[in-house]
Design a protein around this ligand. Structure first.
Ligand code: BJW
Length: 247
């Protein structure tokens, strides 16, 4: 992959960068993606059975079993070169915001300090709130130590609202950036997928990094096709020689 002169000038001139990330950024850490052929979760599992509040109400034990295993997988994973490159870029910039759809906490572990988690965090629990109580036997499932309420993973399932303030903060980050990147996301899940489109509408340049074309590809200003863990370090090196330093 070669970074052309125009892109080099763009990254060298950028002082405020917002980066939307998806599962592809954690793929090189060994965390599976969702929609990829062969390896994606949704190839093997039905999201209607695991990633909706209705699924949890029907069968909380099954949902907890899946999340417990994924939580452990995320805990064992190490940040990838892509996570590390973004953390390193932050050091060169006036401001860098990572807006992530990932729930694994790997951006923070790599050292990024300004991370907005659109879909929650798999390492946290919260109270399961539903109109009707889950039907099955709930013995042994995680409960709030104070109130005894049934707990669920603190992630965003289909049909659920994003965490309070997260979407607004992400929109504000995109609006105030002078460069937006979309990295390792299929750009299919709303409302996250609209964030780079809104940046384009405001004439903010958008760079996409992905192994495969996505719905964003035809409209992005630059498309770098390949592995995020190879391309991002090169981009940060290119930026490093000319970036405006903080302070
Ligand atoms: C690499 C790489 C490498 C790999 N280098 N690249 C019709 C139209 C529009 C919207 C909807 C619709 N029908 C339903 C909706 C809404 C729905 C939605 O968008 N559905 C679409 C699928 C159609 N959205 C929602 O329900 C959202 N909520 C909502 O809309 O609320 C409205 C509301 C308002 C008021 C009251 C109530 C509600 C919530 C969405 C929640 C998504 N949740 C999940 C699970 C999170 C928890 C968990 O982890 O278990 O989030 S689903 C899953 O998808 C996960 C991800 O964050 C999300 C995005 O996936 P991502 O990251 O893009 O991964 P992949 O696998 O899709 O792509 C990976 C990419 O990486 C690929 O492109 C690879 O090529 C690439 N790659 N390795 C570079 N090394």
């Amino acid at each position: 992959m070669r970074i052309d002169e125009g892109l080099q000038r763009l990254v060298q001139g950028a002082a405020r960068v917002a980066v939307l990330t998806g599962a592809g950024v954690s793929a090189e850490s060994g965390v599976p993606t969702f929609r990829e052929a062969r390896s994606g979760f949704w190839e093997r599992f039905d999201p209607e059975e695991l990633a909706t509040p209705e699924a949890f109400a029907r069968n909380p034990r099954k949902v907890w079993a899946w999340y417990t295993q994924r939580r452990e997988q995320a805990r064992r994973a190490e940040p990838s070169p892509a996570h590390r490159a973004l953390a390193q870029w932050e050091q060169l910039l006036e401001w860098c915001c990572v807006v992530t759809q990932n729930v694994d906490g790997l951006h923070q572990r790599a050292g990024s300090s300004h991370v907005i988690e659109l879909h929650g965090n798999i390492h946290r629990d919260r109270r399961f709130e539903a109109d009707t109580a889950p039907a099955e036997d709930l013995d042994g499932l995680p409960r709030c130590p104070e109130t005894g309420a049934l707990l669920r993973p603190d992630v965003v399932w289909f049909g659920e609202r994003l965490p309070e303030g997260a979407l607004e903060a992400a929109k504000e980050a995109m609006r105030s950036a002078d460069l937006v990147l979309s990295v390792g996301t299929s750009a299919l899940v709303q409302p996250a997928a609209s964030l780079p489109l809104e940046a384009l509408e405001r004439d903010i340049p958008v760079v996409e990094i992905n192994r495969e074309p996505t719905p964003l590809t035809p409209v992005a200003d630059w498309v770098l096709q390949g592995e995020a863990g190879e391309i991002l370090p090169q981009l940060v090196t290119a930026a490093g020689s000319g970036a405006k330093r903080a302070g």
